[in-house]
Design a protein around this ligand. Sequence first.
Ligand SMILES: O=C(CO)[C@H](O)[C@H](O)COP(=O)(O)O
Length: 220
Amino acid sequence: NIASRINQISKTLQCLLCVGLEALLTLCLITDMHFVPNITFGHPMVERLRRCIGPDPFFDMHMMVSRPEQWVKPMAAAGANQYTFHLEATTNPGSLIKEIRESGMKVGLAIKPGTTVEELAPWAGQIDMALVMTVEPGFGGQKFMEDMMPKVSWLRSQFPSLDIEVDGGVGPDSIYRCAEAGANMIVSGSAVVSSDDPRSVIALLKNVVMEAIQKRSLDR
Ligand SMILES: O=C(CO)[C@H](O)[C@H](O)COP(=O)(O)O
């Protein structure tokens, strides 16, 4: 219901503001009740967040929406730094990538669990970040899908310098698998927000990822 949704959003925002300095970026989860059965907020809220948090934090928009083309310019104007759209939501990824770049934002490309990594691969040379969903998009608090890790490992082996993000059920229990597979960008909702000590959870997630990155560069 609306009251619990507002409460959840406000708790998340408070947490974002409190731990903003520890997190590497601020992720806005944008849903539309069409591409996924949930609704969060749009570019007017992003603009207010930008005004409230200031110019520095990197804002990545995870656009879990149908017709992602329609929000590129409004999101750029609202202060977004990166626009991450779903491969499943567009018929013309190439022109959308171009439009995002021309709007001055970085490009992220996300795939749902049912989409193969081979479908993403043709675009990997043109994007800044590949997002491998480790839950069905739409809701926080779901169980981490470990069987998505081969996608991450394959992407890492093919595109060593690509940013690879995982999103869904990522926390202290699953971070080791993500980092070992090659993810270097982590989305963690419930594990951070529900902790009594969000800073230490973020620090742990960051450390595990940094150590895996260092190990990979030594192994090369
Ligand atoms: O956007 C999502 C689902 O669409 C994320 O999975 C979610 O917000 C991250 O939360 P959690 O860590 O609780 O899975």
